[in-house]
Design a protein around this ligand. Structure first.
Ligand code: NDP
Length: 348
């Protein structure tokens, strides 16, 4: 028998509540490592915590592509690990594998057909990047910018990114710069994050939304107005950005994290002024969902891998250790504790 630690959902925060680590509980179970034909035993290396999981904590996720986590059951999300035993011809022992539905357990017996192989070369040996820059958040950045951003090299565009120091935002801004924006300005929640944006990631400027007046900072750093807005947060930050956008600009509606602890539909309703600004200035604001572009994922990952390996894109991560800290890591990410992608290292 194998001793396994796992994380179960103990309680729901409620649609109008803030998640706390106590919503989760860590359990130890004994499980049989015996495999049926087609199955593999995987050891978990890294688990991801992501904002969409806040929806999974509600009994109704509000999204048809997301299932709610069940009370008292093991929760799941993005994970990466290594095959330790195999009865699946396609997955030999030692192979690195990933899945979007990886149970939060130290070891899992899984059907091999539910796993994707990972080539460690693709991520420059950093397997955690599969959950970030060369994974779903990286794809969200590149496909969001390219499908909805309308970046036109040589046209002196200014891009603003909210949630700029997070997993998607930190990559989106770098892609805006690589694709030819003249100015790339990030909005985030601390001076330390602003500094990282400028000195490590090559953003033109960083604005700390918790300090001072965002509108005047935007006027200072975006003197020719804003052409493209990669929106991760919504709420008053987005109202301030959209009010300074140029005619025929584009909002990439990626996420609205400032509203995720409220009982509102997605996307949340806009203020009347913002709605008017969008309409009068003919600004597009189309909802972007990375899962709607599955056919572009493979090519996107190859592009992201190339950028990361050549150093054109820098990767920032916040790594917490231990499955006991999954709930803590999730809540910390939801309140800005991370710079770059928040991951949890489960084993080495
Ligand atoms: P991040 O790594 O950006 O982590 C979340 C960040 O949100 C925190 O670090 C915090 O940074 C910021 N934040 C939290 N609360 C607020 C608030 N009230 N106002 C402003 N900022 C806040 O997460 P991801 O990169 O994984 O996700 C970013 C966004 O992208 C989310 O909205 C998510 O739902 C969305 N997303 C959308 C996808 C799609 O297909 N459309 C796919 C993946 C993600 P700070 O210190 O700056 O406050």
């Amino acid at each position: 028998m194998l001793n396994v630690k796992r994380v179960v959902l103990r309680s729901r925060p409620g649609k109008n509540g803030h998640p706390v680590p106590e919503n989760f509980r860590v359990e130890e179970i004994m499980t049989s490592p015996e495999l049926k034909e087609g199955q593999v035993l995987v050891r978990t290396l890294f688990l991801s915590v992501d904002p969409y999981m806040r929806c999974c904590m509600n009994d109704d996720t509000g999204a048809d592509y997301l299932l709610p986590w069940r009370l008292g059951e093991c929760v799941d999300g993005g994970g990466v690990g290594v095959v330790e035993a195999s009865k699946n011809q396609a997955l030999s022992v030692g192979t690195s594998v990933t899945s979007f539905n990886w149970p939060w357990q130290t070891y899992n017996v899984m059907d091999g057909s539910l796993l994707q192989k990972v080539d460690p070369e693709m991520v420059d040996g950093h397997l955690s990047y599969v959950l970030g820059a060369v994974g779903m958040p990286g794809l969200t950045a590149v496909l969001g910018v390219r499908e909805k951003g309308h970046v036109t090299p040589g046209s002196h565009q200014t891009m603003v990114i909210s949630g700029a120091a997070g997993a998607c935002g930190s990559i989106a801004g770098q892609i805006g710069r690589l694709d030819g924006c003249e100015r790339v300005v990030g909005i985030c929640g601390s001076d330390q994050k602003c500094q990282a944006l400028v000195t490590e990631l090559g953003f033109t400027a960083g604005i700390n939304y918790k300090k001072g007046d965002i509108s005047s900072a935007l006027r200072e750093h975006c003197p020719t107005g804003i052409d493209i807005y990669f929106d991760n947060v919504g709420g008053p930050i987005s109202d301030a950005v959209i009010s300074q956008m140029n005619p025929s600009g584009h909002v990439i509606l990626c996420g609205q994290i400032s509203q995720y602890n409220k009982d509102v539909p997605y996307p949340p309703p806009l203020s009347e002024d913002t709605q008017k600004a969008l309409c009068h200035k003919n600004i597009t604001r189309e909802r972007f969902v990375v899962l709607n572009y599955m056919e572009k994922h493979e090519e996107g990952l190859v592009q992201l891998s190339r950028w990361v390996k050549t150093g054109q894109i820098k990767v920032l991560e916040t790594v917490v250790n231990g499955i006991e800290n999954m709930g803590e890591a999730f809540c910390s990410m939801m309140t800005g504790g991370n710079i770059g992608k928040q991951v949890v290292n489960i084993s080495d």
